[in-house]
Design a protein around this ligand. Structure first.
Ligand SMILES: NC(=O)c1ccc[n+]([C@@H]2O[C@H](COP(=O)([O-])OP(=O)(O)OC[C@H]3O[C@@H](n4cnc5c(N)ncnc54)[C@H](O)[C@@H]3O)[C@@H](O)[C@H]2O)c1
Length: 271
């Protein structure tokens, strides 16, 4: 298959989207693009006056959510359905990075995985019944380039984002029959608060970083046009391009033929 740049998507006016970590850099840029398309947007984030004001300034709704709280994810989706009637897209975007660049800090490692990986799993668990009730929809996970190419300075982030990509790839086949597409966005470094500790080093090295808007455009496109299970690399100058995973060597039978995985281990669509 040839690599193609992800085409702009077109969510319909009146659709309802939930964005976790929604008042951060990517969330704000995404909310702006969706509001331009008359999408009802709910920004879910840790509570603060700043977060509430950010949502209000964008013409979006605000919901308090710590994504590491499994029950709270379900409660926020229930709130979205109760207030707006439906859910069409869940952008599972909340995330943090580790700060201990040169030592393994296991407490920090676990915290990053809690937010960046379990936050995604809980978010998907919460959103799926609502997407089914809407007749289908999309889950777009903000993973990272670190999920495809681990960062030596942040093992927790690398494991969490690799796990998020694997989760998306594992879930996608069984959701296709329900008209639900799950995909991942894997941006390189982008100009948001999360890179504040590294910003001067990027500038000194003349290293190009993405704008939040470039990433948000890929997220919008993924909503309407993603391949199920795809992981889109977003890098300066290339747009959003599906990463092509290499297969692994298949098992051989005693006669040397390629062994078929038992049907029970394949989703119905691949039997
Ligand atoms: N900026 C980059 O260079 C870059 C690159 C690749 C991937 N990402 C990913 O993009 C996503 C968005 O990050 P961003 O760049 O907008 O950074 P950001 O720091 O501006 O936004 C992150 C948001 O997540 C929220 N958040 C953190 N912990 C949370 C929790 N427990 N529950 C709910 N919300 C929580 C924060 O309050 C914040 O609003 C993250 O998953 C991040 O890992 C960022």
């Amino acid at each position: 298959m040839t690599d193609t740049t992800l085409a702009p998507g077109s969510p319909a006016p009146g659709n309802v989207a939930l964005i976790t970590g929604g008042t951060g850099g990517f969330g704000r840029a995404l909310a702006g693009l969706l509001r331009e398309r008359d999408v009802t947007v709910v920004l879910a984030d840790l509570d603060s006056d700043r977060a509430r004001q950010t949502a209000a300034d964008l013409g979006a709704h605000f919901a308090v959510l710590d994504v590491t709280d499994r029950a709270a994810n379900a409660a926020v989706v229930a709130q979205v359905e109760a207030e707006h009637g439906r859910l069409d897209a869940a952008f599972l975007n909340a995330g943090i990075a580790g700060q201990s660049r040169h030592a393994l800090d296991v407490d920090e490692f676990l915290k990053v995985i809690d937010v960046d990986l379990f936050g995604v799993v809980y978010g998907a668990e919460a959103a799926l019944p609502a997407l089914r009730r809407a007749g289908g929809g999309s889950i777009v996970v903000t993973a990272s380039l670190a999920g495809l190419s681990p960062m030596a300075t942040d093992p927790g982030y690398s494991v969490a984002k690799s796990g998020a990509v694997a989760f998306v790839r594992s879930m996608a086949p069984k959701l296709v029959a329900e008209n639900i597409t799950i995909s991942a966005i894997c941006p390189g470094f982008a100009d948001t608060a999360i890179i504040d500790p590294l910003r001067e080093e990027f500038e000194a090295a003349g290293f190009p970083v993405l704008s939040a808007r470039e990433v948000a455009e890929a997220m919008v496109a993924a909503w309407a046009g993603a391949e199920p299970g795809a992981a889109y690399v977003v890098q300066p100058g290339i747009g959003a391009v599906p990463y092509r995973f290499r297969g692994v060597p298949a098992a051989k039978t005693a006669s040397g033929d390629t062994a078929a995985v038992p049907a029970a281990l394949r989703p119905p669509s691949m039997r």
